[in-house]
Ligand binder design. Sequence first.
Ligand code: DGL
Length: 261
Amino acid sequence: MSIGVFDSGIGGLTVLKEIRKVLPNEKIYYFGDTARVPYGEKTKELIIRYSKEIVEFLLEKDVSAIVVACNTATALALKELKEIFKIPIIGVIEAGARTAINTTKNGKIGVIGTKATINSEKYTEEIKLFNAEAEVFQKACPLFVPAVEEGILNGKLVNQIIKTYLDDFNEKIDTLILGCTHYPLLKEAISKIYPNIKIVDPAKETALDLKEILKENKFLKNDAQKNEEVKYYVTDGKEKFKEIGIMFLEENIPTVELIKL
Ligand code: DGL
């Protein structure tokens, strides 16, 4: 049994990192669509088409479950993927919404993500399903992705960007969802500026949900088995993926295969 994990590129490695902590013995295929990243600025039609192509590729690897390790693809394509494909497919948004509801004390939750994720209103929808009374404050933070990819994770420049986006959230919200795979790398910088806001990274809870799904479906491997390696596929820039990937995964990426979809 193996698991497929995909993202628009490199960001999904923050989700993979959490999955590896919970499920170190499962064989994982990670797909990063580096040739077509970013998804955050693309239309729903395109994101659905790209996501379908990736799921079809992963199915050829015989995966028994798939994680959409990308907030944008979860927001825009998860529903459609679940309708088309028969295997369990989970995204990151439900887990993020649930964790935020369990974390907030004042019912005021902030959500940050790409433009496509924020415009989809998917987080608001999911949060309201858990608690219709919750108040959601959303903001797209498009400058975060390039800052992270440049390794600018702390210091004056990134603090200025964080403040520009988030200052009007302060005093309102007590919980903030990092609704984009890149943002966990800015968690420290954000908490330093807003120490009273609790920060939710949906990846942790998603990994636990995945474990439950594998258990329910009897897909889980014997836990006594040794650490399995991950197979990586990208659609462009193998070397850049390896180089920046370490920052996201905090683990070496030995080999990456280039794929044409
Ligand atoms: N992985 C995307 C997300 O979580 C961010 C990068 C992109 O725009 O493709 O929304």
